[in-house]
Design a protein around this ligand. Structure first.
Ligand code: B30
Ligand code: ZN
Length: 258
């Protein structure tokens, strides 16, 4: 079971999970001068369902992150397609990575710079039976990542989530929250471009099944919002839940814009 891993000992993950030492691991450092542009003529990235309110929503402290998930009528489930993706990818869950202070927290870095918070929207390819099956294929998941740095503008989605963080301060606690559409996170930012590369889950078992799409626009998070994340207790007394960057091993990172 992947639940039992310790961020303080991430260099030992490959002992129990050999794929964590594979050659298309995530996260990576993004060097903008190494990024190449997309070939013209690609279909733009599209999405639907992000503006639909789910019928139920919950947050869980699973011991290594806080995870948000919702239930939508099938036709409304948030879905992405186009850009570097082939087929439809349906949202499974949203979660976050952070650290004890503003000097670190993000998993991906840009020009070796870390950010305090990184948000992951995990989607799985609908042509596979379910998300567990999708994770066994090299194009099974599409994860959208947003790097965030501290500023004064509260994010409505983060505010709605953190209002209930006092109910999930300890690992394995979960609570229902008042449903809201994901547009409250103010996510229409991939419009300004994103970088994409093939990589892995950033936690054990580190399956090399993810196509990554990282927004080039940095989002805002307030100091109060960061404090709320840092009050959540993680397993193994971990004070951060980001993995260090992994070697690119010749992979290319491509810049996409619509
Ligand atoms: S990430 O976006 O690369 N950080 C999973 C999905 C995305 C990422 C990491 C992990 C994932 O689904 N892992 C397997 C399932 N998890 C349950 C879970 O939802 O959160 C079990 C587990 O650890 O082994 Cu964590
Ligand atoms: Zn993640």
């Amino acid at each position: 079971r992947g639940q039992h891993f310790d961020y303080k000992k991430s260099d030992e993950w490959p002992n129990e999970y050999p794929i964590c030492a594979g050659d298309r691991q995530s996260p990576v450092n993004i060097e903008l001068h190494h990024v190449r542009s997309m070939e013209p003529g690609r279909p733009p990235l599209g999405r639907f369902g992000y503006d639909k309110k789910p019928t139920r929503m919950k947050i869980v402290n699973n011991g290594h992150t806080v995870q948000l998930s919702g239930e939508w009528p099938a036709k409304d489930t948030p879905t992405i397609y186009g850009g570097p993706l082939t087929g439809l990818y349906e949202l499974a869950q949203i979660h976050f990575h952070w650290g004890p202070d503003n000097t670190a927290g993000s998993e991906h870095t840009v020009a070796n710079q870390s950010f305090p918070l990184e948000m992951h929207l995990v989607h799985w390819k609908k042509s596979y039976e379910n998300i567990s099956e999708a994770m066994l294929h090299d194009d099974g998941l599409a994860v959208i990542g947003y790097l965030m740095s501290v500023d004064k503008n509260p994010n409505t989605g983060l505010e709605r989530m953190r209002a209930s963080f006092n109910k999930i301060l300890r690992p394995q606690q979960t609570t229902e929250i008042e449903p809201f559409p994901l547009t409250l996170f103010d996510l229409d930012l991939l419009k300004e471009g994103y970088v994409t590369y093939v990589g892995s889950l950033t936690t054990p078992p580190c399956n090399e099944s993810a196509i990554w799409l990282l927004s080039v626009r940095i989002k805002d998070v307030t100091m109060d919002e960061m404090d709320s994340f840092r009050k959540l207790r993680m397993e193994n007394h971990n004070e951060h839940n980001y993995r260090r960057v992994q070697p690119l091993n010749g992979r290319s990172i491509t810049y996409y814009y619509d």
